[in-house]
Design a protein around this ligand. Structure first.
Ligand SMILES: Nc1nc2c(c(=O)[nH]1)N[C@H]1C(S)=C(S)[C@@H](COP(=O)(O)O)O[C@H]1N2
Ligand SMILES: [Mo]
Length: 196
């Protein structure tokens, strides 16, 4: 019987194959925010999807009545930390877009506090993204984006907008906050799409 586990050795060729290139495992959960943590009461919280033809809107109670997924996933920050097997609960973007008709192919996520980030719509559908409101069995901590954040774990974590308040459909892939400041428009950690 062997007790040697992958990732235990410091030698880089033994590194965990779930770790994208240039990433290091952390066991804590770093907080990275470009501004102050907004204080959002769920009684006032709203989530909207805006398209060329109109707006879809949910309040907190309506949101909680939607199908809720348990999600276990790895997350990767462009500042080189990764966490493996994190657990979340949230509403799939497939559920949110079920009744949304749009010809527009790009999304700008907007947060309370003003943060924005751009993602192509097809990177958010087919089980790839959620609006998450629980982490590790607890309501999502405000500093990590509570009451609810976008969770797009297959892209670098700056795409997972904390305190998300809505998605705006766009005709083209306009850059969001970090993307205007030199981060990659797309942000695939396996291709190391960090900056451009
Ligand atoms: N609204 C908002 N969302 C944000 C950010 C931010 O500054 N504001 N930072 C992004 C970045 S760069 C990262 S790495 C993750 C960090 O999330 P965490 O603080 O929960 O680790 O949130 C992303 N979402
Ligand atoms: Mo980040």
């Amino acid at each position: 019987m062997s007790f040697i586990t992958r990732g235990f050795s410091g030698r880089s060729r033994d590194r965990d194959e779930r770790l994208p290139p240039g990433q290091t495992l952390v066991s804590d959960f770093p907080v990275l925010s470009a501004g102050p943590t907004p204080d959002i009461d769920t009684a006032e919280w709203e989530f909207t999807i805006r398209t060329e033809s109109g707006e879809h809107r949910w309040n907190w109670d309506e949101f909680m009545a939607l199908d809720i997924d348990d999600v276990s996933t790895d997350i990767h920050c462009v500042t080189h930390w990764s966490k493996l097997g994190t657990s979340w609960r949230g509403v799939s973007l497939d559920t949110l877009f079920a009744d949304v008709e749009t010809e527009q192919e790009y999304v700008m996520a907007h947060s309370y506090g003003g943060y924005t980030t751009n993602v192509p719509l097809d990177e958010l559908l087919d089980g790839k993204a959620w609006v998450a409101f629980e982490f590790d069995g607890e309501p999502l901590d405000p500093e990590h984006g509570g009451p609810a954040r976008l969770l797009v774990p297959h892209l670098y974590f700056w795409k997972s907008a904390k305190w998300v308040r809505g998605l705006e459909m766009m005709d083209q892939d306009d850059p969001g906050f970090w993307e205007q400041n030199g981060y990659h428009l797309h942000g695939d950690p396996w291709k190391e799409e960090r900056y451009w």
